[in-house]
Write a protein that binds this ligand. Structure first.
Ligand code: TMP
Length: 227
């Protein structure tokens, strides 16, 4: 049984998700809430190696199903090493992406279909599902331009996913929005074409409401539920 709170941030590439993951974690930590900040694919030594492979633009012959299973291989390691132990300790886990990304990118983007992703998800994630997902939503062309600009600023190559272009990102976005329509209580859509501070304030409000709903007692060394 886990007692912590699992929060994920999602969105197509270039929506500012990583910035808001960091900011949210810092906000929670400042309030004395033990928070683990992590990401997918990655979050563990093995996961970061799988990430390098998955994002490498030089790898052009990876089947969609191979891509999906690698995502879940990294996820399994992440769950085992990081997420489940942290939740068991009563911590808040804030993850920059998790399983919704597989539904959106591989299920919709690569067109593998939701059922294929669901099959792996049942085995690997099981009941470890996010309690809250913040979906940063942005027009795909604007988002892709932002991602590419950021990469060139950091002298980084575009990833395999960014190289796939606008049509792909549009399918991924459609997928995310479909998921949000199906699970409106868990997935909150945040308009990402606004100033960072405004987005941050909205995220804080949503997370504060979750903490209150869960009757979270804020202590200096962790978060527990009262009931
Ligand atoms: P990012 O962490 O910089 O967003 O890069 C990760 C990339 O991997 C991003 O393009 C989305 C993609 N991805 C998937 O396709 N499926 C997944 O399940 C996850 C976690 C990420």
């Amino acid at each position: 049984m886990s007692h912590g709170i699992f929060i994920t941030l999602e969105g197509i590439d270039g929506t500012g998700k990583s910035t808001h993951t960091r900011r949210l974690a810092a906000y929670l930590q400042k309030r004395g809430i033990a928070t683990v900040v992590t990401r997918e694919p990655g979050g563990t030594k093995v996961g970061e190696q799988i990430r390098r492979l998955l994002l490498n633009p030089k790898i052009t012959r990876l089947s969609s199903l191979a891509e999906l299973t690698l995502m879940y291989a990294a996820r399994e390691q992440h769950l085992e090493e990081v997420v489940r132990p942290a939740l068991a300790r009563g911590h808040v886990v804030v993850s920059d992406r998790y399983n919704d990304a597989s539904f959106a990118y591989q299920g919709y983007g690569r067109m593998l279909g939701v059922q294929t992703v669901q099959a792996l998800d049942r085995i690997i994630c099981g009941r470890t599902q996010p309690e809250l997902t913040l979906l940063l939503d942005l027009d795909p062309q604007t988002a892709l331009n932002r991602a590419r600009k950021r990469n060139s600023r950091r002298r980084m190559k575009n990833t395999r996913f960014e190289n796939h272009g606008l049509k792909f990102q549009k399918r991924v976005r459609t997928g995310y929005l479909a998921l949000a329509r199906q699970q409106p209580r868990r997935i909150k859509v945040i308009q990402a074409d606004r100033p960072v501070a405004e987005i941050e304030a909205e995220i804080r409000k949503i997370v504060d409401a979750l903490l209150a709903r869960r009757h979270v007692r804020v202590r200096s060394k962790g978060v527990t539920r009262r009931r």
